[in-house]
Ligand binder design. Structure first.
Ligand SMILES: Cc1cc2nc3c(=O)[nH]c(=O)nc-3n(C[C@H](O)[C@H](O)[C@H](O)COP(=O)(O)O)c2cc1C
Length: 220
């Protein structure tokens, strides 16, 4: 075993295996995901670091096939509407590919709707009160709400993989957020942030390439 923090030490843990083995899975078997397993995955997700420990996340596990189809229908409708915009002219091929990218979630036995709540960052609020120009406020904006959600979603997907399931973190369906929130009866204080379909992978997950660490890490 190597020294604390060394790569070899990390690789001996189940954690490293779960992280390295995870990949987005987009085709699922029909077996239901037991509720105990869904609860265990969410139990891991909520261990994420999060701004102010405000835990402004909620998870709705959509098992009902009719609801899942209706969610897909909402995304298709939103895409149909977009396709009719004059600005979408000539983008038929892209829209077709995007439709597949945004709708496959419905065939998973459980679809997690990940919701984000309002989080007031002290600094963001003060910038607004100060009346800083929009561009300046955007440059300084920390988005702790979304960053916290990101941590939880990554853990959710990694936990699903560690438990033998496949999952895919998806934001494309959010283009139909208002309709999906209505379908699921979401309290208006919460917003759909992502959708994560989960099921047994039809084919083993294939981790995709990453840039070498030397390309993405600098020391100063
Ligand atoms: C914020 C975010 C949004 C994503 N949205 C979608 C999506 O809408 N549809 C989809 O098929 N994949 C989506 N993905 C999955 C990415 O395509 C995938 O993570 C990336 O290609 C790397 O592959 P890997 O997850 O297998 O490592 C999303 C991932 C992230 C982090």
């Amino acid at each position: 075993m190597g020294a604390p923090g060394s790569r070899s030490r990390l690789e001996t843990t189940g954690f490293a295996d779960a992280v390295h083995g995870r990949a987005s899975v987009r085709r699922y078997g029909p077996d239901p995901v037991p509720r105990d397993d869904v609860e265990a995955m969410v139990g891991i997700a909520v261990r994420a670091a999060n701004a102010g420990n405000a835990q402004t996340w909620r998870f709705v596990a959509v098992e009902d096939e009719g609801l899942r189809s209706a969610m897909r229908g909402a995304v298709e409708q939103a895409l149909d509407d977009m396709a009719a915009w004059p600005e979408a002219e000539g983008l038929e091929k892209e829209l077709k590919a995007y439709r597949a990218y945004a709708t496959f979630f419905a065939q998973a036995p459980v679809v997690m709707a990940v919701l984000g709540g309002v989080y007031h960052s002290f600094a963001d609020d003060l910038h607004e009160r100060r009346g800083l120009p929009r561009e300046e406020r955007d440059r300084r904006r920390q988005r702790p709400d979304l960053q916290s959600l990101g941590g939880a979603i990554q853990l959710l997907c990694t936990a699903a993989h560690a438990m033998g399931y496949g999952a895919c973190w998806m934001t494309a369906p959010v283009l139909a957020a208002p309709a999906i929130e209505r379908l699921l009866g979401i309290d208006p204080r919460w917003r759909l942030v992502a959708v994560v379909p989960i099921g047994r992978p039809l084919v083993p997950p294939r981790p995709s390439q990453r840039l070498p660490v030397s390309d993405v890490l600098e020391f100063r």
